[in-house]
Write a protein that binds this ligand. Structure first.
Ligand code: OSB
Ligand code: MG
Length: 375
């Protein structure tokens, strides 16, 4: 394969409902897409960076710059055999994993299209369908959250995850458990606590949560290990895991018993598979996290979730929970059993709605080899 051009786009997509975490509220998702032209075909990737560098150091602005000035020029005109070749070609740039993942995942898509196999099979997936959970943000009132949980359970979702932070935790868990003593429930703190909260966090144990996700600092393994020794509830790491060596370190230290794999956070499918494999060797289950993706990133998450050690329901849920109109068709739909079937169509398995993408695009830039700075 030879990449002829890389087109960056920013889309503004209003969320059906705002999404609030311990670091803030999102009402309009600024979605960043990359489109590759190569060997006469088109392939897409999504950069899942947020509008602000709050979840991680990356943001739409940094990803735009680094793809335009560094990453796209490193790929244009190079001979590429497969998605697995991409990390080595981009290795000189440190970090910027979400930006790298957007490009790498698009190359995997292209490879699947050319080989005429479904992307999920190319990734090594084995599941015919994946199990779905939902991630519910912090609401204006506990009543609103309770109504949302009732609706998601009625739709069939297999696991409810609630965002938490000091002041929106024990009282919320109490309300939920009073009404639904037996549902699979977990929480995600996005680093809202410190070790000073140790005694407080011990009070999470009686609520029989499947896990508490990233309770402490976004870059920490050591103190999570200390916390995990004090808790019955399993800790799951999200923000802290950037690659498979991190996963190995976290597992060996005892920092977590579960890992959330986000393909953007780890820099692309190659590394996501590596994290999956390290966890599997160590009997640590993983699940696929979400970043409020449009259909393109969502389709990639569905494909990744088909690997065998994705044994817990992911934050991979229906398009209609986020968007009035998604950028793929069919949109991603979840069955009444809380599952998404894998498509046997070659490539990503969903068509891209290019006219809709054009309508939602607020900024666009194409990078070609001639304009690229050669190394
Ligand atoms: O921590 O998993 C997270 C959304 C944005 C940033 C971080 C996170 C999330 C979610 C949403 O939990 C998952 C989704 O529904 O896409
Ligand atoms: Mg999380």
């Amino acid at each position: 394969m030879h990449i002829e051009s890389v087109t960056l786009r920013e889309l503004h997509m209003p969320l059906v409902r705002f999404f609030e975490t311990s670091f803030g509220r999102t009402t309009v998702r600024r979605v960043m897409l990359v489109e590759l032209e190569l060997d006469g075909i088109t392939a897409w990737g999504e950069c899942v960076a947020g509008e602000h560098p709050y979840y991680s150091e990356e943001a739409i602005g940094t990803a735009w710059y680094v793809i335009q000035d560094e990453l796209a020029p490193a790929l244009l005109g190079r001979r590429i055999e497969s998605g697995r070749d991409i990390p080595a070609l981009l290795q000189r740039v440190r970090g910027h994993r979400m930006a790298k993942a957007a490009l790498e995942n698009a190359v995997w898509e292209a490879e699947a299209q050319i080989a005429k196999v479904p992307l999920w099979k190319l990734l090594g997936g084995t599941r015919g369908e994946i199990a779905c959970g939902v991630s519910l943000g912090i609401q204006d009132s506990p009543e609103q959250l309770m109504d949302m949980i009732a609706a998601e359970l009625a739709s069939g979702y297999q696991r409810i995850k609630v965002k938490c932070k000091p002041g929106w935790d024990l009282t919320i868990f109490e309300r939920i458990r009073e009404r639904w003593p037996n549902i699979v429930l977990s929480c995600d703190a996005n680093s809202a606590y410190t070790l000073k909260d140790l005694e407080h966090l011990k009070h999470f144990d009686p609520f029989n949560l499947l896990m508490i996700e990233q309770p402490l600092w976004n870059d920490d393994f050591y103190f999570h290990a200390r916390l995990q020794r004090e808790l019955k509830t399993a800790i799951c790491l999200d923000e802290a895991i950037h690659h498979s060596r991190n996963a190995r370190a976290a597992i060996e230290l005892g920092s977590c018993r579960i890992i959330n794999v986000k393909v953007g956070r780890v820099g692309g499918f190659t590394e996501a598979i590596a994290v999956h494999d390290v966890a599997q060797e160590n009997k640590i289950p993983v699940w696929c996290g979400g970043m409020l993706e449009s259909g393109i990133g969502r389709a990639h998450n569905v494909a990744l979730s088909s690997l065998s050690n994705f044994s817990l329901p992911g934050d991979v849920s229906a398009s209609k929970r986020y968007w009035k109109d998604d950028v793929i068709e069919p949109e991603i739909a979840v069955s009444s059993a809380g599952t998404i079937p894998l498509s046997n169509t070659p490539g990503r398995g969903y068509e891209v709605r290019t006219e809709l993408i054009d309508r939602l695009t607020v900024r666009k830039k194409t990078i070609r080899q001639a304009a690229a700075v050669r190394a």
